[in-house]
Design a binder for this molecule. Sequence first.
Ligand code: AHM
Ligand code: MG
Length: 333
Amino acid sequence: MKRISLTQYLVEEQRQHNSIPAELRLLIEVVARACKTISHAVGKGALGEVLGTAETENIQGEVQKKLDIISNEILLEANEWGGHLAAMASEEMESIHPIPNRYPKGEYMLLFDPLDGSSNIDVNVSIGTIFSVLKAPEGMAQPTEADFMQPGTQQVAAGYAVYGPQTMLVLTTGNGVNCFTLDREMGSWVLTQRNMQIPAKTKEFAINMSNARHWHPPVKRYIDELLAGETGPRGTNFNMRWIASMVADVHRILNRGGVFMYPADLRDTSMPGKLRLMYEANPMAFIVEQAGGAATDGKQRIMDIQPHKLHQRVPVFLGSRDEVAVVTSYHQA
Ligand code: AHM
Ligand code: MG
């Protein structure tokens, strides 16, 4: 088998479709390199003294794990000096991270959830890194938080790395979705799946069932119908999976279909859902749509949402097109 590296893929993509300018290519390569470093830290586990809780909380008041902080640092340091970025924003930092004045600035802005699925770190279950790339407004000396308030449709690239039995990088630049596997011995990313496609139909769903008593009626109706099986209104049996790492759940759905849900619920109307629009929902929505799936917040396409703050949360329904359409239609009824 002829091996195509991430670098070769990006160069050829640029030649054929002119879709990846040199600066964006550098950005993607730097992020991929940082993910390699994070993968290495994750793989060391207790031997690298990276497990357990740090003494700090992040902006959303969540206790940070050591690996949350380490991964955040790795991504910041890797991306600061290359000249490809104007600013960064992270789920783990209260405000945006401007590029220090000692370095040249570029035209892109990078957003990331450095380590998604934190509750799985210490139990050796798959976790990941999610990232999203926006363009900085032209002529800006120093981007502000307001410059990040762009809907997901403005993303020029998005991806995630999943740290599981294998480390993989899934990437879109708006021209389909491709998957690279980390060759741990060689230290290189090798193209292993081209043009991933999510089947439109599925019989598998993913939701945290322990929140069922808090759900709004449309979600309750939808899940009740799936659970009713072949004698219910859907006339078929559905299976359930919930890994509690969005990256791993989405990766399964990209490979064999399914619908992933993290809805808002009755507990707190001021905090709709758990997942964050800018670091989780938007990049995953971009990837899922590029693979032929759909992503809504129950009412509208996630990528059409106009953000109003950096750490905004949204309800998420994404995956196989037909199922996302059903659960979304129940919210409209
Ligand atoms: P995190 O970014 O703090 O790790 O939280 C996001 C994660 C998602 O990866 C996952 O889908 C969800 O939280 C799991 O939530 P729950 O613990 O309610 O099942
Ligand atoms: Mg997360």
